[in-house]
Design a protein around this ligand. Structure first.
Ligand SMILES: Nc1ncnc2c1ncn2[C@@H]1O[C@H](COP(=O)(O)OP(=O)(O)OP(=O)(O)O)[C@@H](O)[C@H]1O
Ligand SMILES: O=C(CO)[C@H](O)[C@H](O)COP(=O)(O)O
Length: 409
């Protein structure tokens, strides 16, 4: 049963990028206008137009040429409730300007737009709405409930999955930004979509911590029962293991969140051990290091310059392998008591891609009220935000054939 193999047909020769999309089960029909972004990892040859055939989709869209203005595309994958929105808020803040939903559009839009970045949520590419998933007995994590053809085409006029009604709302118009972030369950699942990414991140939240965060949000803030939260996590688990978790092998950076090792047997999920796993050899991405690049370091910074109450703070850094690839891993276990003292830690980290001394600390202080600001989740999200800004500047500089300094945002 092909429940969501979308096919597209060209409807207008005068407007070559306008197509009607429907899926095989006829769940949805919509007008979409496509642009195909070719990233620095894809061949830029042959840009400028033409008819292409792939995956059952037939389009007559223009391929955006390899221009300086082409968006840099970032993918962020994680399960639901694992901190994607929080990370996005930290990332857009690094580029300056507030990120807001499209003006005058659907109030339930999942899109966030700032001066430089546009963040779209891949939930909008669910091909089955809530009722459809129920009818076919699939979860939102199942690839059959998602339209990867449309995701790959990067529709400029894209649908909206409405989390309030559970329906697929009429499309919204997205104009190509400088930095285009696609966040959601599956940004690295489909190889075509994956190949569009200039940089990819996976938030790997361990089951214990995910459960603690879910309880915090869905029980304390949304009135769900403990049993229903447990049941929902368990119902999603097989599809999470099959379709979401394997994406981490493709990520350029993984933020892994585990229970602390500083409190034996702790399962409260309040004190966290967080690892920043950074792939080596990624173009325009130099992993951050502690003290000495390539060495294995264990560091307890508590003392005169950093206040630590129980259970303290421990950092570690060193080389490792991850899914057979060489990586550098920076780890922080514990939490900060006084966030302004983070400057002491920052001064011992290198390759941070900051523009001035203390920028990491400044960003963390600016968003001290965001979840995870006192631990490695906030610290590593902020660092990756700064690395993405640096990557963006280097890509733009390379495309323009100018030194990176000239492309600073
Ligand atoms: N670093 C963190 N430390 C502690 N709690 C966190 C952290 N990040 C997220 N949370 C908790 O998880 C909840 C969900 O976070 P967020 O909205 O950023 O996740 P999300 O992946 O975008 O979720 P969804 O996909 O369901 O919209 C927050 O309300 C908070 O309770
Ligand atoms: O995993 C999810 C998104 O991260 C959601 O469960 C999915 O999008 C379905 O949404 P809803 O539960 O509102 O119907």
């Amino acid at each position: 049963m092909a429940i969501c193999s979308a096919h597209t047909t060209t409807t207008s020769l005068h407007s070559p990028c306008t197509t009607t999309v429907s899926n095989a089960a006829g769940f949805r029909q919509r007008q979409v206008i496509f642009f195909t972004s070719s990233s620095n990892r894809r061949s830029c040859g042959g840009g400028g137009g033409g008819r292409r055939h792939h995956g059952g989709a037939r389009t007559s869209c223009f391929q955006v040429s390899c221009s300086v203005d082409k968006p840099v595309v970032i993918g962020l994958a994680a399960d639901s409730g694992c901190g994607k929105s929080t990370f996005m808020r930290r990332l857009t803040s690094v580029f300056g300007g507030a990120a807001v939903p499209p003006k005058g559009g659907n109030p339930d839009s999942n899109t966030l737009i700032s001066d430089t970045t546009t963040v779209i949520c891949l939930d909008d590419y669910h091909s089955l709405d809530r009722n459809g998933r129920k009818e076919y007995g699939v979860t939102a994590l199942d690839p059959r409930a998602n339209n990867f053809d449309l995701m790959y085409e990067q529709a400029v006029e894209k649908p909206i999955y409405n989390h309030v009604t559970g329906l697929l709302d009429p499309p919204e118009l997205i104009t190509p930004p400088k930095i285009f972030v696609i966040e959601g369950l599956h940004p690295m699942f489909d190889q075509r979509v994956r190949d569009l990414l200039d940089f990819s991140i996976y938030l790997d939240i361990s089951d214990e911590v995910k459960f603690a965060w879910k309880i915090q949000r869905d029980m304390a803030e949304r009135g769900h029962s403990l049993e229903s939260i447990q049941a929902s996590i368990e119902a999603r688990k097989p599809d999470f293991d099959a379709y979401i978790d394997p994406q981490k092998q493709y990520a350029d950076a993984v933020i892994e969140v585990l229970p602390t090792q500083l409190i034996p047997g702790d399962n409260e999920g309040k004190v966290l051990r967080v690892k920043l796993i950074m792939k080596e050899g990624v173009k325009f991405f130099n992993p951050v290091y502690l003290f000495d690049e390539g060495s294995s370091i264990s560091w307890v910074p508590c003392g005169r310059k950093l206040t630590c109450s129980y259970p303290g703070i421990k950092f570690a850094y060193g080389p490792d392998t991850y899914f057979g690839k060489e990586v550098s891993v920076l780890e922080m276990d514990g939490q900060f008591d006084k966030l302004d003292e983070l400057i002491y830690v920052e001064s011992h980290l290198s390759n941070l891609s900051t523009k001035f001394y203390g920028e990491v600390t400044q960003q963390m202080l600016k968003h001290a009220d965001f979840p995870g600001s006192n631990n490695g989740t906030g610290l590593f999200q902020t660092i990756i935000g700064l690395k993405i800004r640096d990557l963006y500047e280097q890509i733009v500089a390379e495309r323009a054939g100018v030194p990176a300094e000239a492309a600073k945002v």
